[in-house]
Design a binder for this molecule. Structure first.
Ligand code: RET
Length: 242
């Protein structure tokens, strides 16, 4: 595999296979827990179309001699809020967390701001102020996840939920931190990475952060249901909470 196109095709197939795997997995979940799978499948489905756009160059344009792949940002601005929402729906049970709506609103706002300012950084020669705005938003998202959401989860959810949430949040944040580093090193930033390496790293990160994360989340809910044995009509996250 040595061209950018090969990596984009791997991304396309990774997202398609991920979507199929998530749909198949959803049928093994309790009906009350399927919203987790719908969100995960929605995310990989959107990414499949974004990778298709990338493979055909739809949304690519050249600014200051640099090719900008707008399809990536179009994907991220929709799917990263959904990824955060899917994580928070595990941490904070419906009807038990009074702060859930405020937390969701706050974190999604920060996330949209992060991707939008990241796109502005990519489109302008005066990129570093925009890059810094975007990085500040990422730090605030990490604060929300590790302080605000974690505290609320400890308050309203059971120990098992907190444990699952913590490992999913760690999985997510390690991957997410790599994005500004790749952006900085690629042509969008200082230009140390070739386009091919940039596409390779983004592909691996995207497939892991969407399909890998989604399947891990679903597997965690499924095994939690086995140990909690929820009643009909009650989601596993609610049943495992205080
Ligand atoms: C940019 C550049 C500007 C600085 C920062 C960025 C962060 C991007 C992130 C993207 C996450 C994408 C995911 C995609 C899944 O498929 C926009 C690269 C902070 C965190 C999780």
């Amino acid at each position: 595999m040595n061209t950018s196109m090969d990596w984009l095709n791997i991304g396309l197939w990774g997202m398609i296979i991920g979507t199929v795997a998530i749909v198949l997995f959803s049928s093994t979940l309790r009906k009350e827990d399927r919203h987790h799978a719908y969100l995960a499948g929605w995310i990989t489905l959107i990414a499949s179309t974004s990778y298709y756009a990338l493979t055909v160059g739809f949304g690519d344009f050249t600014i200051n001699g640099q090719v900008v792949q707008v399809a990536r940002y179009a994907d991220w601005i929709i799917t990263t809020p959904l990824l955060l929402a899917s994580l928070i729906l595990v941490a904070l049970p419906k009807n038990k967390s009074k702060e859930r709506t405020s937390i969701l609103t706050g974190i999604i706002g920060l996330d949209v701001f992060m991707i939008a300012t990241g796109l502005f950084a990519t489109l302008t020669t005066n990129k570093w102020p925009w890059y810094i705005f975007s990085c500040v938003a990422l730090v605030l998202i990490a604060y929300m996840l590790y302080v605000v959401v974690l505290d609320e989860s400890k308050k309203v959810a059971g120990k098992k939920i907190v444990k699952i949430y913590t490992s999913l949040a760690m999985f997510l944040s390690v991957l997410w931190l790599a994005y500004p580093a790749v952006w900085y090193l690629a042509g969008s930033g200082v230009g140390t990475l070739t386009t091919q390496t940039e596409n390779a790293i983004y592909t691996v990160l995207d497939v892991t952060a969407k399909a890998g994360f989604g399947l891990l989340l679903l597997a965690s809910i499924k095994s939690l249901a086995v140990s909690v044995k929820p009643k009909d009509g009650v989601s596993t996250v609610e049943a495992a909470s205080k």
